[in-house]
Design a protein around this ligand. Sequence first.
Ligand SMILES: [Zn+2]
Length: 428
Amino acid sequence: MVDYINRTTVGLSQIIFNIKANAWPGILSLDEVTVDGGKPASTSLVGQRLVVNLEAALKPGCAVKVELWFGLRLPVINLASPEAYRGYLGYSPRQLNLGHWLATVAPRLADDWVSREDTPIGEQDVLDEADWDVTLTVSNAPDGLRVAAPGVVRENGPAHWHFVLNRARDFSLSLSDAFVMTSARSANGVKVELYTFAEARIQTESGILDSAAFALDSAVKATETFSDLYGAYPYDRLVIVQGDFPDGMEFSGIVFVGGEYFRAFNGPTSYLMIITVHEISHQWWYSKVGNDQAMSPWLDEALATYSEYVFIEEYYPALKDWWWDFRVNRLAPEGYVDSTVYEFSSRRAYINAVYLRGTQMLHDLRSDLGTEAFFDWLRRYGDAGAGRLMAPEQFWSLLTPEQLAATRATRERYLRQPDFTVLQMGGS
Ligand SMILES: [Zn+2]
C-alpha cells in the first residue's frame, strides 16, 4: 500500500512506479493494483516501469492510496554467473536478501516521472525519500532465524516482525539462521550492527583472525568521521551485512559487504576495510543526499570512493600512498567522470572513469580550494541535498564565483561538460 501526495503543481492522471524486481526476468508477478480501494486499475508494466492510470486526475495537494498485490520468486545467487552482483535480491543456501524488492513511486524531475532503463553496469535507481512501514511474516521459519534490517525493528512473536524506517530511499533487509551479530555504539550515538557468518573469524596458524571485529571497528570509525565531515547520520542504527554475493551494495540504513572480503581479510590493506568504508559513505552520498544514479553516477560513486581515502588519511595515514596506488593509479584510469552508466561496455571501464577519475578530480579540487574550503563545500552539499535528489549543477553551484574560477581547469580536465548554469540554491 502506497500513500502518495501530489506535491506537484499539476493534476496527475497517472502514477508511475519503479519496480526494480521486474527489470530482471522471472522474478515479479503482478496480480492487481487498486486505487483508493476501488476496482482494479488499468496498468502497464514494462521493465521496471509500472504505469497506474487513475480514473480521475489527482489534484495538487491531494492524496491517493495505491494498493499493489504482487509476488516475487527470488533467484538463487549463482556466484559463477555474471549476474551474481544482483545477489542483493536473491538467496543462497543460508541467506535471503531483499534489496530493491518493493515498488517505489518514480520521482518527478522537470515535470516528468523518472524511470531509467536497467543495464548490467552500475546502478540505475533514482529514488525519492519515503516513510516505510513494513510487516514481515515468515512461514516455516527455521529456528534461530534473524533479520538484519534498518530502522525501528519490533519482533511481534515468532518469525513476525514490524519495521519502521522514515525518510529513506528504500527499505531493504536480509534474513539468515546463521547470522552472528555483533554491535558497537559510535561516539555520536549510532548503534552499528554487523551481521556476519562464522567463517568471518578466520582460523590461522597463529590463532583466530577476526575480520568481523575489524569490519565493525572500521564501520564505527567511518560513521564518526563521515558524520563529522558531511553532517549527521540520519538514523539511530546502521546495519552492515556480510553478503553471499560479490562486491558491496548500499541501501538506506543498511549495507552489504561481499563475503569474499571477510574471507580474504589479512589486515588494513585488504578490500574489507575499503569496501566497508565505501558502502557506509553511501549513507551520505546516495541515501541522505540522492542523485540520478544512471545519468550522474559520479555524484555518489566518486564521493564514496574519495571517502575511502578520507578514512585512510584519518586512521591509517601511513597507507595513503598505498591506497592511491592500489585503488587508483595501478589501473591507469581514463574516461570522463560525468559519464552515464549507459556509455560503458565493461564494469572496469565504468569504475575507472566514474569512481577512479572521479576520485582524482575530487583530490585536485581539494588542492584547488584548500582542504578546509573543500570539506566545507562537501558539508554544505550534504546539508543542501539532505532528503533531495541533487544534480551536478547544484553541486557546483555551492562554490563561490572565485572558487568556480579556481576549479575551472580541473573541471576541464575531467568533465565532458565543464560548463553549467549556476543555480540559485534556495532553502530546503
Ligand atoms: Zn559505491
